[in-house]
Design a binder for this molecule. Sequence first.
Ligand SMILES: [Zn+2]
Length: 434
Amino acid sequence: MMDESSPLAAAVRSQMPLATRIFDAIRERTADHVGITRPAWSSQDLAAAEIIAEAARELGLIVEWDLAGNLLCSLSGTDSDQPRILTGSHLDSVPTGGHYDGLAGVVAGISVLAAFRQMDLQPACDITTIGLRGEESVWYGIAYIGSRLAVGTLPLEQLDKLRRGDTGRSLAEHMSDVGVDVDELRRAKGATINSNNTRAFFELHIEQGPVLVGEGVSVGIPTTIRGNVRFPYAHCLGVYGHSGALPRAYRNDAALAAVELVHKLDSFWIEQEAMGVPDTVFTVGKLFTDPTYHAMTKVPGRCDFTLNFGGTTKTFLDACRERTVIMAGDIAQKRRVEFELGECVGSDPTPLDNQLRGVLADKAESAGIQIREFATVGHDASIFARAGIPSAMVLVRNDKGSHNPDEAMEMSDFADGSVVLAEGIVSLLGYDST
Ligand SMILES: [Zn+2]
């Protein structure tokens, strides 16, 4: 059921031609041989930012850049000293990625501000759409660089330490290339966005999984951003040997030991699900023997692998870490091999703000837009939430997954998500849009 009654919903829906023009212009400027590529702090994510900035200026919004090169487009409030409401997402993408990952949230923010302008809405506080840089971890090995610089949680020595794998050049050098004053960024230190000057952050993002498509629903309201426990550099050491000459009792097979560990962890995951632990994931993204030494006729002497657990409770994530260590010890003894699990990294689950989630869910219901609530993957919203800024998200149905060129968001679903976002912001301002 579409909401016919709210002037705000109608105003947001009437901005879809503008949103389409912005999406098309950015696609044209950042197309790759397949999909689009917008590396962080490159001419491509800068081109995307400039197209957004131009659209914002035409709408009469105030356009600014923070010291890290994040783009801020604001509708001024009657009292700009009041903490602002922030919305937006990231401008960068993975290589040959999909067009809507990140960008949808920035374009939604601009569409919502355009609707507010059309309605001549005078908010009490500034409402700002942010286009963040460096959310994807592809180029510098860590994620959320733009948002972490904005809230002051990225140590500034990382500007020189982080280097792009493909160019070998530092983050600072790449930032300078696209006009960021890195010396000024170093001098300023500290956060530009904090819980004193920002009362809420809303991030609209395409769903990167299949839930909304499967459920036939256009909008999701995430409950929590999953935390994770990861072993990125694990390996098992055995002894290479002749595949035909070694009876079982004489083998030290690294591959079978690694596979047994993976299989046991999969069974553990199934058990946890059966016990009712919600929203868990487990992925073995890499599992390989060394092509320099391996052969069909050799017992493998080494097997490398990664383990990646995700969940919404610390209890589950702690159990994953502990069980991995215990199981690896048992298998090592039984199979006469050695596991070197390497560094264990990860992040805690980040619950999204209950009150803001409730506002979004209520507003979706009164706008006649069905929603589903479930946990989601890491997004910039987790950085703002951890910095103490109440944060919530709106997910938009998207077919064919994400981080690939086939992302297929429908503009009618994007409009639904943008209506929920706009109604949520207006509700927070204390207006009744109906
Ligand atoms: Zn994203």
